[in-house]
Ligand binder design. Structure first.
Ligand code: PEP
Ligand code: MG
Length: 843
């Protein structure tokens, strides 16, 4: 029934809609339609509430008529999305001296006084904006306290407490409408995803009085655990209480259990019919509202009223379980379950987490650089981390910042904490790739590597060997061992991702270099490896030495001999990757970094190398100097090395082909390897490398007497490669966009140095985000688009992919899908997120 412009009594047939009246009003209508005993409720639409904030008060007498004589009312906010929040609810509007006297007769003096006091306090704080401390109860809630509250109100405002219900209601509505329009409230809701012009609806409801005679009180009940998502009855009921009192005070004494409980009285025993109704309403919500709801109820002298129902607040883990259970019970579709789980929320399920219910002793705060949590003994060097790992002792690597030399230490550690660095710092990027919990930029700790200790701001000292926990999800370090939640890759997780796979229309592969990464890629059901960085396979001692021999070789013959030592090792690497991926595509990127990275830098290292190679130190120094570059990132790396020292790529190609044959012969699924050329900028580079690799393939076919096929592709990492993709694609079966280098070269921004000023750039909005983290769709994105279009024009069958760090970001996936890419490739731990994000785009 429309009572006057802007007010609608909520009945089963009234026209109530979320976009006009907000989510709470709509939900209340659904409860009414399900025949739940909801007290009379009136909804005010967004326009009316906005009008109230501008001084246009509607006809309240018309509205009050819906509630009969001398009503007691509550007003609650009803924004479009309940997560956007709103002003606090105000209860007991209508309490005045006369109602107090009347209720003292019907409900008892104590109840009447408590109701009045509560209203005076709420009105004083939220409407008259008086100091809450002035209205704190100092003694029992009796007549003396009531008189004091009325007097204080009058002293502070120079007016007696308003007695007229319409006046009280008008002032409450006005204060709530204005609160919504305030800057703080707007910023707060915008941070929660609300648009700037989000509207507020209000619901005015007749109070069910949970105080007074018989069994009266209020509570909440839900049928699922908000933490785990398991189906359990949860909730709380407080005798002689109102609103959400039952959830507000954990120490409240007059609690009654909901279901039978050995600790005391329960509603199930005392009022079995009420309990049965509550359970039935829960089922109705689940089946008809298609959601797990928390029901807010009041008992007024043993009569049950349902005041409200809200979506059960839940952890990401519970959210996934609830969505899957609802789909498995055919209450929602599989697609809908997929849509109910935000892709990034999976990050919390893939790793151990600190149990939010457990105690936490935070000793440092920093940037949450890689999610998950781990406990271990502090080590201050990579060497110590490796020593600890050798003894099977979990350790936490604590460094000022990490450098490439720390990679082995990071591999050995359970988690990483650094004093410096940002989201794209070396520690952050490597940790995400390895799936290690990581906190960077914990600038409030002081490290003393020499004394092997860290000192916190409050002066606590932690030494090497002390146990700490890194919470990479929250960005905190904790003292000691924390209570943990195990990763959640169980049936619900698998079910949801299989539904996501049914829906999505873009492929997801993993970036994986070593067998352990490939195994993770399989575990997360990547559809292949999209990038295996072969240089990462060279840092083992034996290979490093062979590599150095190759670099020091004076003749082509000596160089070939050195490479012949490396080839079987590479063959074994590739064979293992092929076996683990059992028939799925594996993209092997030919060698990328500059050669000088394989040479020692310090004098000690040079001496060691001179010993190993039996040459004078001066030879080593000369060679190091000869290979050093002013700007190695733009120097002789990638295909430039392949053109200049062709034997390296030839060795790798041979190893790939021989591994292909052997992996297939040893009973594995047939392998079609994909070979990828890095850092290309000209068509001729591809032609040259292709000719040589084809020749190696022909030779291996003849030597082994076995045929095989392979696909040769190009990494698009330079702006020129994107612009010339048309002609480059003519010699390429696939183009994979390496957006790390492409971002570096498009901006002319060093990947390794940008961290020094990125924070300030983002702060001052020079860049909206760190472009190494979030794909710059305007600039780098345009190159991606141009590259994709021209590539397809040059070769309509070309496969298009992205394999930079951005490949796992939901926003980048959206961009690539729109540009017609065939797959994205990202670190193994981001594969599930990418699968789910891709499904969201397709549904
Ligand atoms: C890239 O540049 O995006 C890429 C994937 O290669 P790398 O990070 O190894 O340079
Ligand atoms: Mg690159």
């Amino acid at each position: 029934m429309v009572l006057a412009t802007g007010f609608t009594e909520i009945t089963p047939t009234a026209s109530i809609d979320v976009n006009r009246h907000g989510g709470r009003a709509k939900c209340l209508q659904r409860l009414i339609r399900l025949d739940m005993p909801v007290p009379t409720t009136v909804a005010l639409d967004f326009a009316t509430v906005h009008g109230i904030s501008q001084g246009k008060m509607p006809d309240l007498d018309a509205m009050l008529a819906a509630f009969g004589d001398t009503p007691l009312l509550s007003v609650r906010p009803s924004s479009e999305d309940p997560d956007w929040g709103g002003p606090s609810a105000i209860l007991n509007i209508g309490m005045n001296d006369a109602t107090h006297a009347r209720l003292a007769e019907s409900h008892g003096e104590v109840a009447a006084t408590a109701l009045y006091l509560r209203f005076i306090r709420a009105y004083a704080i939220h409407v008259a904006r008086l100091d809450p401390d002035e209205f704190e109860l100092q003694g029992p809630p009796d007549r003396v306290a009531l008189q004091r509250a009325l007097d204080t109100y009058e002293d502070e405002t120079d007016e007696p407490f308003p007695q007229d219900t319409a006046t009280q209601l008008a002032e409450v509505l006005r204060s709530m409408a204005r609160a919504w329009e305030g800057t703080t409230a707007r910023l707060l809701r915008e941070a929660r995803g609300a648009p700037a012009d989000a509207g507020l609806g209000l619901v005015v409801q007749a109070m069910a009085i949970g105080l007074g005679n018989g069994l009266s009180g209020s509570g909440v009940i839900q049928f699922v655990d908000g933490h785990t998502g398991e189906r359990h009855l949860r909730g709380r009921y407080l005798c002689q209480s109102q609103g959400r009192d039952a959830v507000g005070d954990p120490n409240a004494r007059d609690v009654m259990y909901l279901s039978k409980d050995p600790r005391g009285r329960s509603i199930e025993e005392v009022l079995p019919d009420v309990f049965a109704d509550l359970v039935r309403y829960g089922e109705l919500c689940r089946n008809r509202l298609r959601e797990e709801m928390q029901i807010e109820f009041t008992l007024e002298n043993e009569t049950l009223y349902i005041l409200d129902a809200v979506r059960v607040s839940r952890s990401p883990r519970a959210n996934l379980h609830i969505a899957v259970q609802l789909a498995q019970d055919a209450i929602i579709s599989e697609d809908e379950a997929v849509m109910r789980v935000p892709p990034r929320s999976l990050a919390e399920l893939l790793h151990s987490q600190v149990d939010p219910e457990g105690p936490r002793d935070t000793i440092a705060e920093g940037i949450a650089a890689s999610p998950g949590a781990a406990t271990g003994r502090i080590v201050f060097s990579s060497r110590a981390a490796q020593a600890a790992a050798a003894k099977d002792e979990p350790c936490i690597l604590v460094r000022r910042e990490t450098t490439p030399e720390d990679i082995r230490g990071m591999h050995a550690a359970e988690a990483v904490l650094t004093e410096r660095g940002g989201i794209t710092s070396h520690a952050a990027v490597i940790a995400r790739g390895l799936g290690l919990p990581c906190v960077v930029g914990a600038s409030d700790i002081r490290l003393d590597a020499r004394k092997k200790r860290l000192v916190t701001t409050d002066g606590r000292i932690f030494s090497e060997g002390d146990i700490i926990t890194i919470d990479g999800t929250a960005g905190e370090a904790l003292a000691g061992t924390a209570q943990m939640l195990e990763p959640e890759l169980g049936e619900a997780f698998q079910a949801l991702l299989s539904w996501a796979d049914n829906a999505r229309d873009i492929g997801v592969r993993a970036n994986a270099d070593m067998p352990a990464d490939a195994a993770k890629a399989r575990m997360f059901e990547a559809e292949g490896i999209g990038l295996a960085r072969t240089e990462h396979m060279f840092f083992e001692q034996e290979r490093l030495l062979a590599m150095r021999e190759m670099i020091f070789a004076d003749t082509a013959e000596d160089r070939r001999t050195a490479l012949e030592r490396i080839e079987p090792m590479q063959r074994a690497d590739f064979k293992e990757l092929f076996k683990i991926m059992s028939g799925l595509p594996v993209t092997i990127r030919l060698f990328d970094p500059p050669l000088h990275e394989f040479l020692p830098q310090g004098r000690e290292g040079m001496l060691e190398l001179a010993d190993a190679l039996d040459i004078p130190v001066s030879d080593v120094t000369r060679r190091v100097e000869a290979l050093s570059e002013f700007n190695p990132m733009l120097g002789m790396r990638g295909v430039r090395l392949g053109i200049t020292v062709p034997e390296i790529y030839e060795m790798q190609a041979r190893a790939i082909f021989e591994a292909t044959i052997e992996a297939s012969e040893e009973g594995g699924a047939p392998v079609v390897p994909e070979i990828m050329i890095p850092l290309v900028s000209a068509k001729r580079e591809v032609e040259l490398v292709k000719t040589r690799i084809d020749a190696v393939a022909a030779a291996v076919r003849v030597e082994r007497g076995v045929d095989f096929t392979y696909r040769l592709g190009v990494m698009v990492e330079t702006p020129r490669a994107a612009l010339r993709a048309g002609e480059i694609a003519q010699n390429a079966a696939f183009l994979s966009f390496g957006t790390n280098d492409l971002t570096q070269m498009t901006y002319g921004l060093s990947r390794d140095d940008a961290g020094r000023f990125m924070g300030r750039y983002v702060q001052q909005q020079v860049y909206p985000e760190d472009p190494f983290h979030t794909l710059d769709v305007e600039g780098v994105g345009e190159l991606l688009q141009i590259g994709a279009e021209r590539g397809r024009q040059g070769n309509p069958d070309v496969t298009l992919a992205i394999c930079g760090e951005h490949g796992g970001n939901p926003e980048s996936i959206a961009f690539c899908r729109k540009a017609g890419f065939d797959y994205v490739s990202c670190s193994p731990f981001r594969v599930p997120i990418a699968r789910l994000a891709a499904a969201h785009l397709a549904i």
